[in-house]
Ligand binder design. Structure first.
Ligand SMILES: Nc1ncnc2c1ncn2[C@@H]1O[C@H](COP(=O)(O)OP(=O)(O)OP(=O)(O)O)[C@@H](O)[C@H]1O
Ligand SMILES: [Mg+2]
Length: 404
């Protein structure tokens, strides 16, 4: 068992103008499952490879427990890595693949056999030990790669997008298996993914990276409820948070489409005349009657079965990013004094006062006709594209715990 510490660890590739990983400060607890997440190229794999010793460090230090491993050879770090491409030896059987690291470490045959059998049992691979990788499904190969890491009983697991090659259904099943296996083995784990759903569902904590810079580390739910900045707010959550950058008028109100939203007074009295960033989670919006709330033109309904997502446009002059779009540069300037929460809380309170109505279209209507009456079709210049709400059918929608 072990703790892992990145202490201002930096990696700058030759010829790059900026570091791939920039002064990363991160502590992973003993037995913790920490997920590193961020968009492509943000430095996730580099951070993992730095820990495994596959990438040299240009600044700072790395420790496992109190041991400085900055310049320790990879083979002496006691870390097992699982890669996206399972990298199994095609000419070896499953059992030989899993035991290979122990074999080259010179462990006795009996011990290798026992440890491989134990790992195979945990991973449900006992019946496949004599097969070659080519006779396995993708999910089974992925489990062999996991098994190869497990038999080593390492201090730390490093997993770099191990589920990326699996189809959607298998991904869901395997991510549950990995998460529960990790909890059973209680081995400190760093898990890299660009999939924020994986990050939210698997990790004890999630670390968000952007351009090599750590943005926030927190428990999944805490990060969802209180993102540290605009980037995290837009990145965590699916469908993504609606992000708007809006001016505060002389009355201390911001205009969201046709709806004036007073800014909370507590501590925000000085915002008049400035621009604030507002984030609204799609599930915090409600469908209300004609003439109430924000006027929205529904442009698309995504019917997922359990949920339906409405995509639409808001009339009004506000500028902002749509769902999943990166925050606008102007909006980022507001990070320090006005994150998305005060505005979102205000809007949610305002919308929550409205009578609620569920989206229950007549049976047989095509999706594009499921336009709730409260959304007029008044489309004007300055439209904002955003996701306007999510209807949970069959059970009451609940408000998220936003508190001003
Ligand atoms: N060997 C290398 N030489 C030069 N630059 C590199 C090298 N490997 C990675 N980079 C750069 O470093 C940055 C971080 O790369 P890294 O592979 O860590 O990203 P990532 O977050 O794992 O992305 P992905 O999700 O696409 O796997 C990128 O800009 C990448 O182009
Ligand atoms: Mg990568």
């Amino acid at each position: 068992m072990a703790t892992v510490t990145y202490d201002k660890a930096t990696r700058r590739y030759d010829g790059s103008t900026r570091p791939a990983v920039d002064q990363l400060e991160l502590e992973v607890g003993d037995g913790e499952f920490l997920v590193l997440v961020g968009p492509s190229g943000c430095g996730k794999s580099t951070a993992l490879r730095m820990l495994a010793g596959l990438e040299p460090i240009d600044g700072g230090t790395m420790r496992i427990d109190d041991r400085d491993i900055t310049n320790v050879d990879p083979s002496d770090r006691d870390i097992a890595m699982v890669f996206q491409t399972y990298a199994l030896y095609p000419h070896m059987t499953v059992g030989e693949n899993m035991g290979f690291a122990l074999k080259i470490a010179g462990r006795p045959k009996d011990e290798i056999k026992t440890r491989v059998a134990e790992a195979a049992k945990v991973l449900d691979l006992t019946d496949y030990l004599d097969r070659k990788p080519k006779a396995l499904s993708g999910g089974q190969r992925q489990r062999v790669a996991m098994g190869r890491a497990i038999v080593r009983s390492p201090q730390v697991f490093c997993m770099d997008e191990p589920l990326s090659n699996l189809d959607a259904k298998l991904r869901v099943a395997t991510r549950t298996q990995i998460a529960s296996l990790q909890r059973r083995l209680a081995v400190t784990t760093l898990y890299v993914t660009h999939d924020q759903v994986e990050a939210m569902t698997m990790g004890d904590r999630v670390a968000v990276l952007k351009d090599g810079v750590l943005q926030q580390v927190d428990a999944p739910r805490a990060m969802y409820d209180r993102p540290a900045n605009m980037f995290v707010a837009g990145f965590i959550g699916s469908p993504a948070m609606n992000l708007l950058t809006v001016p505060v008028d002389g009355q201390g109100t911001v205009q969201v489409g046709s709806l004036g939203v007073p800014m909370p007074r507590d501590g925000h009295g000085g915002l008049t005349g400035s621009t604030v960033a507002i984030g609204i989670r799609p599930e915090d919006l409600r469908l209300v009657g004609t003439g109430e709330g924000v006027e929205v033109v529904v442009e698309l309904v995504e019917e997922l079965g359990s949920d339906a997502f409405l995509h639409g446009s808001v009339t009004g002059g506000a500028e902002g990013g749509g769902p999943g779009r990166p925050p606008q540069p102007a909006a980022q300037g507001g990070e320090g004094h006005a994150g998305p929460d005060p505005g979102a809380a205000a809007l949610v309170r305002r919308l929550d006062r409205r009578p609620r109505r569920r989206l229950t279209p007549p049976a047989g209507d095509p999706p594009q006709d499921r336009r709730p009456q409260g959304f007029s079709s008044a489309a004007t210049a300055g439209m904002l594209r955003w996701i306007t709400g999510r209807a949970r059918r069959g059970r009451p929608r609940r408000a998220r715990g936003h508190r001003p």
